[in-house]
Design a protein around this ligand. Structure first.
Ligand code: IPE
Ligand code: IPE
Ligand code: MG
Length: 224
């Protein structure tokens, strides 16, 4: 497997179960991202995308969305030295236009300093919507007078043509919530009841074993 994506759901319920605020749940969830990324790398999965906030999540109270944007800012700053040391390309995908200039600077600084690395990739989907991604790709093609084709739409998505082999959603619901709608056409899907802050490296290993037992056919009769 080259690319795994996580829909990190369940921070709020985890906090509620522990008598804590939703903010505390998001903090715990955010702390888990880099550890899980490193477990993916250790298992030879070179790209991981984490769905941190959907475009629809922007309709939550401002205190919550702002808090999540601060967590994003702080965790990029905390992990940047490690990203550089381990040669990991970092990217935020999604509509970041509303973010404060401080956070935008943190993001572009990290993206710039890690842009030359190709082997390992860490993507954070923030204010991301699958519909937005497709529309954005088509707008780019139109603007540059490029033919609207399946291949061109794919290559102009925020992920480029690097689609996830597997999408894992924690938190008990079996839906994509507007995540990677185009890219998910042939992704394997795994849904877990585990709430994101409790999701662990052992869970990643278990998922990988499960994934390896799946025969991917892409519509063909034989997997050739
Ligand atoms: C996922 O956790 C993180 C975001 C969507 C920002 P939730 O905040 O959706 O947690 P639950 O679903 O309320 O438990
Ligand atoms: C999906 O979680 C988005 C992320 C995990 C970032 P939500 O909690 O927003 O999903 P719904 O509203 O239950 O579909
Ligand atoms: Mg949720």
């Amino acid at each position: 497997m080259k690319h795994i994506a996580f829909i990190m759901d369940g921070n709020g319920r985890w906090a509620d179960n522990h008598g804590k605020t939703r903010q505390f749940g998001h903090e715990k969830g955010s702390e888990n991202v880099y550890d899980i990324f490193l477990s993916c790398i250790n298992l030879n999965i070179n790209t991981a995308t984490f769905f941190a906030m959907s475009s629809e999540n922007m309709n939550r109270p401002k205190e919550e969305t702002e808090f999540i944007s601060i967590l994003l800012n702080n965790s990029i700053k905390r992990h940047l030295p490690d990203l550089i040391e381990n040669k990991i390309k970092f990217k935020v995908i999604g509509d970041t236009s509303h973010l404060s200039s401080t956070i935008l600077e943190t993001i572009s600084h990290a993206e710039h300093l890690t842009s030359k690395y190709e082997r390992y990739k860490l993507n954070i989907a923030y204010n991301y919507g699958g519909k937005w991604d497709i529309l954005n790709s088509i707008h780019t093609l139109l603007k540059n007078n490029v033919e609207i084709s399946l291949d061109n739409i794919s290559s102009h998505l925020s992920t480029g043509s690097d689609f996830p082999d597997l999408i894992v959603r924690t938190g008990g619901y079996k839906r994509l919530s507007n995540f990677m709608l185009w890219q998910a056409a042939y992704s394997e899907l795994i849904f877990l009841d585990t709430l994101w802050p409790e999701f662990s490296s052992d869970d990643v290993s278990g998922i990988l074993d499960n994934y390896r037992s799946i025969k991917r056919k892409f519509g063909k009769l034989i997997n050739d």
